[in-house]
Design a protein around this ligand. Structure first.
Ligand SMILES: *[C@@H]1O[C@H](CO)[C@@H](O)[C@H](O)[C@H]1NC(C)=O
Ligand SMILES: *[C@@H]1O[C@H](CO)[C@@H](O)[C@H](O)[C@H]1NC(C)=O
Ligand SMILES: *[C@@H]1O[C@H](CO)[C@@H](O)[C@H](O)[C@H]1NC(C)=O
Ligand SMILES: *[C@@H]1O[C@H](CO)[C@@H](O)[C@H](O)[C@H]1NC(C)=O
Ligand SMILES: *[C@@H]1O[C@H](CO)[C@@H](O)[C@H](O)[C@H]1NC(C)=O
Length: 193
């Protein structure tokens, strides 16, 4: 076998086949990496705010609680799970902090959509002394803004990771008389490999 000079014909063929196989494996691996396994950015597809309830008492003292349901749908396009951390939704009224609520950490399975939501109770007593409050209340609509940031990590094959932070802000308009709410939301995301 180990003759000096020209390598034997059999060895040449064997080397050739090995090289071809190796190249094939590398190419297939590269294609898989670039298509299937490449970590992708999770997307926020929908956001909505609903008015769950308005409760008030006027006598003996004025109390008003507004309960809002805030939901964002996160779409995980990865062939791996997306895990996000505990977070908080902040609600402001005319720039003043009005309420906050926690979002529980969770994991979104591979290629799935998941509603991330929470319920925020705005205790209006906290800002009913605000000079704009009575004006807004008599006009029938109370406007709030909510901000949520979600930090998460998508992992494919335990080694390929992408970290993301998404910011969602919503302008919420609560119609006190009709007891409904409308919202306009906007999301943006930042990524790190
Ligand atoms: C508003 O919420 C606070 C705190 O959750 C509660 O103590 C209060 O009873 C509520 N008021 C009304 C009118 O529901
Ligand atoms: C997230 O919140 C839950 C419940 O509030 C808590 O048990 C858990 O330790 C928190 N996780 C982190 C990483 O802070
Ligand atoms: C609003 O008032 C409630 C109870 O009166 C209090 O627990 C809560 O921390 C207050 N929220 C803010 C943002 O000041
Ligand atoms: C509240 O929001 C609604 C809808 O975005 C808008 O028409 C209205 O003028 C706003 N009211 C105030 C007091 O800013
Ligand atoms: C809220 O109710 C009013 C009156 O019923 C209606 O005109 C408006 O379209 C409703 N808004 C939403 C967001 O459902």
């Amino acid at each position: 076998m180990c003759s000096t000079g020209k390598p034997p014909r059999g060895l040449k063929i064997c080397c050739g086949i090995t090289t071809v196989l190796l190249i094939t494996v590398i190419v297939v691996g590269l294609v898989l990496f670039l298509t299937v396994l490449k970590p992708r950015k999770p997307k926020i597809t929908t956001q909505s705010v609903t008015l769950d309830s308005i409760k008030w008492v006027v006598i003996p003292v004025f109390h008003l609680n507004i309960t809002l349901g805030i939901v964002v749908t996160v779409d995980n396009p990865n062939y791996g799970s997306f895990k996000y951390d505990n977070s908080t939704v902040f609600v402001t009224y005319r720039g003043i902090p009005a309420a906050q609520a926690p979002i529980q950490q969770d994991t979104i399975p591979a290629r799935a959509k998941h509603d991330v939501g929470t319920t925020v109770v705005v205790v209006v007593d906290n800002f009913s002394s605000n000079p704009y409050f009575l004006v807004d209340l008599t006009s029938g609509s109370l406007n709030f803004s909510s901000t949520t940031s979600l930090h998460g990590k998508a992992t494919v094959l335990k080694i390929l990771k992408i970290k993301t932070t998404t910011f969602t802000t919503c302008d919420i308009s609560v119609n006190v008389q009709a007891q409904n709410a409308s919202s306009v939301c906007h999301s943006e995301a930042k990524y790190r490999l």
